[in-house]
Ligand binder design. Structure first.
Ligand code: ATP
Ligand code: MG
Length: 418
């Protein structure tokens, strides 16, 4: 008999979905991250259900329902709370190539739990009977803060090498000690990581960055050798530099994953375009990262100087001001900047933000004139327009009161048309 020591706080909407399935004769369990997180308390993963019902049946029982990953047996079901929950038919691994596991439907929850990666992820909870099914003693590992593979570690990693990176993420996130046999197989698996698709590696890194414990997870990337394989550009940094990156990441909120990505990649000595391209980041992610890194390189030396503050905003772009300042704070802390330096940075940031809020002109779009006005003056459109508007901006940055249509047009006529 499985233990019933603890009752988990399963949302009503999840219990209702489970009840409809069970009432129709299909055994249904809560599984995976939510059970793990509910046992630990203080974390929140989505509630997922595993069921004996096949996807077609699930779709008939719940309307509307969504074929989220229908080829893997996953159907999205909208709960009475308006949220969509994943309901997945019991599965087992049948064939594997290390890039991902090939699965087929299974008859029992026990088989389904056996295909899961780590014991802490292989605990099932019955939301109606409030009983646990925990064949691999995942709860005990959670209590003792141990990360352990389900089954034979080398084999489990060989089935799907992404488990290596997942393991590092979970260990970092929950402060788990990786059990020796699991650690040995995990480090031995490193040469095989390049077999994973770039997309899966990228998604895994983004997941790690967007969760608590990201710096511990990254520290494990380095000690295990994973960093040298998946982001070799960062592996040759010195210990001090690496520590600074980790501290900076800790100083940025987990939900700002893209800022943490900049903190991670900006110190790389090689071209981060190449690295991001290799990991198949989107063009938008790449642009965002490169722009923020360039913005970070503009010194915030604007002490008590509004004109300097406007120039800084022009150079980094007003829409990037908040993010750039956040990164500066995180990096200053990570560098071990003393209270004086930090107070100083804070006062400069206050000035910049004041200028930003006040809406002083800091981009050519803020000017009282535009290209149409220049055309009306009889000027030929072309790259020259940009140069003229930038000169006008320089004037307006120095004295915002001159940012008036007539004043700027006079200036263009007198100074720039000749
Ligand atoms: P998170 O909080 O990151 O969502 P999670 O444990 O819910 O953590 P998911 O990727 O959502 O992780 O997967 C849900 C569950 O599916 C896991 O808890 C695990 O049992 C199983 N699982 C997911 N990916 C794998 C994999 N590559 N190999 C084996 N089992 C896996
Ligand atoms: Mg999950």
């Amino acid at each position: 008999m499985e233990g019933t020591r603890k009752r988990l706080d399963v949302p009503d909407a999840v219990c209702e979905i489970a009840k409809r399935l069970e009432d129709s004769g299909y055994e249904t369990w809560a599984v995976g991250g939510a059970v793990r997180d509910a046992l630990l308390g203080g974390y929140r993963s989505d509630w997922d259900l595993a069921t004996a019902a096949r996807p077609g049946t699930v779709r008939k029982l719940f309307r509307p329902s969504y074929p989220i990953g229908i080829q893997f047996g996953t159907v999205g079901v909208r709960g009475s709370d308006g949220r969509v929950y994943e309901v997945t038919t019991f599965r087992r691994d049948i064939e594997t190539d290390g890039r991902h596991a090939v699965v087929e439907y299974a008859a029992t929850i026990e088989e389904d739990l056996a295909r899961r990666d780590f014991t802490v992820n292989a605990v099932a909870y019955h939301p109606l009977h409030h009983t646990f099914l925990d064949p691999f003693a995942g709860r005990e590992d959670l209590e003792r803060r141990v990360l352990r593979c389900v089954g034979e570690p080398a084999q489990r990693f060989a089935e799907d090498y992404l488990r290596v990176l997942r393991g590092l993420r979970f260990a970092g996130r929950y402060g788990l000690e990786i059990e020796p046999a699991t650690w040995e197989a995990l480090t031995a698996a490193m040469p095989n990581l390049p077999r994973l698709s770039a997309e899966r590696i990228r998604e895994e890194i983004l997941k790690l960055l967007a969760a608590p414990g990201a710096s511990s997870g990254l520290a494990l990337y380095r000690t295990s050798g994973a960093l040298a394989v998946v982001v070799p550009e960062l592996a040759d940094l010195g210990d001090g530099e690496w520590e600074e990156i980790l501290y900076a990441i800790d100083g940025l909120p987990a939900h700002r994953g893209h800022l943490r990505l900049v903190a991670l990649l900006a110190p790389a000595r090689s071209r981060i375009e190449d690295l991001m391209m290799r990991l198949r980041f989107s063009n938008a992610e790449m642009r965002d990262t490169l722009e923020l890194r360039a913005a970070l390189a503009v010194p915030v030396d604007v002490a008590g100087d509004v004109v300097g503050a406007r120039r800084w905003l022009r150079d980094v772009g007003p829409e990037r001001a908040h993010d750039t300042l956040r990164l500066h704070f995180a990096r200053a802390r990570a560098r071990g900047a003393g209270p004086t330096e930090r107070r100083d940075l804070a006062s400069r940031a206050r000035l910049v933000l004041q200028v930003l809020r006040r809406g002083d002109p800091v981009t050519v779009e803020d000017l009282a004139i535009d290209g149409h006005d220049l055309k009306a003056l009889g000027l030929q459109p072309g790259p020259e327009f940009r140069r003229i508007l930038e000169r006008c901006l320089e004037v307006a940055i120095g004295r915002p009161e001159l940012n008036q249509r007539e004043t700027l047009l006079d200036y263009v006529r007198e100074e720039l048309c000749r």
